[in-house]
Write a protein of this length. Structure first.
Length: 283
């Protein structure tokens, strides 16, 4: 049975086990409030801070994610490649990165949605650690293909980028070039939720950065001591995670399939009670 996409919770980057735990908690809270909600999350740091391992993927799926996205760290765990290549697995990486596996899906259509809801991810070019192809051109070429595939497609675009300017410029580009199709443009990668959620051009739900799903007690999801070693002391540091003040952050997007536009863009930051469950962390 198909379902009209009306309410979407789009989560900011899950960092490690604290983030996976926070996602599972917030997913159950949101689903109890909105039974038909569609849950999407970036999870490129879900394997102890770098990449996504198959175990983490399965855990986030089991917690209720309808689609999972990755950014510039998408190949940090190459065991995810077969899933990126599999058109039926709801995990998608940035489509404008030259290193992308040849057979990786460029975007993902959430099954059973009518009108069909697509997820598309591009990486920005400003202050990023490697160069991607022009994300504006990438959006246009992807939308040409998507609308060829489904002329009634609705699309949520994730811009995985450092610069606020580049992310909001892409939201305006989407509203200008792809009205009636792109209904949301959300930023990821900085792990800091921005206070600029709005409806661009009366149609497109937008926020510069969704924030962090993970421990908020340190530096963007990582332990303070390790971050100081690296940033202040110029020393190499391992990946140690912030493990308290767990929150799941993102944007609640309300869609009106009849007018083919977003009508709501409400940021959320859901605090998680209790502690992270014990258990061995896989690979
Ligand atoms: Fe990133």
């Amino acid at each position: 049975m198909s379902m009209q996409p009306r309410t979407v919770a789009y989560f900011g980057d899950i960092v490690g086990k604290p983030g996976r735990h926070a996602f599972a908690y917030a997913a159950s809270v949101l689903r109890s409030q909105h039974p038909d909600i569609i849950l999407i999350t970036n999870a490129e740091n879900a394997r102890h801070g770098r990449g996504l391992h198959p175990e983490g993927y399965r855990e986030i799926r089991d917690a209720g994610a309808d689609a999972i996205t990755l950014g510039d760290h998408f190949l940090d765990d190459e065991r995810i490649i077969p899933l990126l290549n599999n058109p039926d697995e709801p995990v998608v990486g940035p489509m404008n990165v030259p290193e992308s596996p040849q057979n990786a899906k460029p975007y993902f259509r959430i099954p059973e949605t009518d009108p069909p809801l697509y997820i598309l991810v591009v990486c920005g070019r400003v202050f990023m650690r490697f160069q991607s192809a022009n994300p504006f051109d990438a959006v246009d070429s992807a939308l040409a293909r998507i609308t060829e595939e489904a002329d009634n497609a609705l699309v949520l675009l994730e811009v995985h980028a450092e610069a606020t300017s580049e992310k909001m410029a892409l939201a305006w580009h989407a509203a200008d070039r792809w009205p009636n199709h792109i209904v949301g443009v959300v930023g990821t990668h900085t792990h800091v939720q921005t206070a600029d959620a709005r409806i661009v051009a009366g149609r497109v739900a937008a926020i510069t950065d969704l924030g962090l799903t993970g421990g908020h007690s340190g530096v963007i999801g990582f332990a303070t001591a390790a971050s100081l070693r690296r940033l202040r002391d110029d020393q190499p540091s391992g990946l140690e995670l912030a493990e308290s003040d767990l929150r799941a952050q993102g944007l609640l997007i309300t869609l009106d399939p009849d007018s083919r536009a977003a009508t709501g863009a409400e940021p959320f930051s859901i605090g998680v009670p209790g502690i992270i469950p014990d258990g061995e962390e896989p690979g």
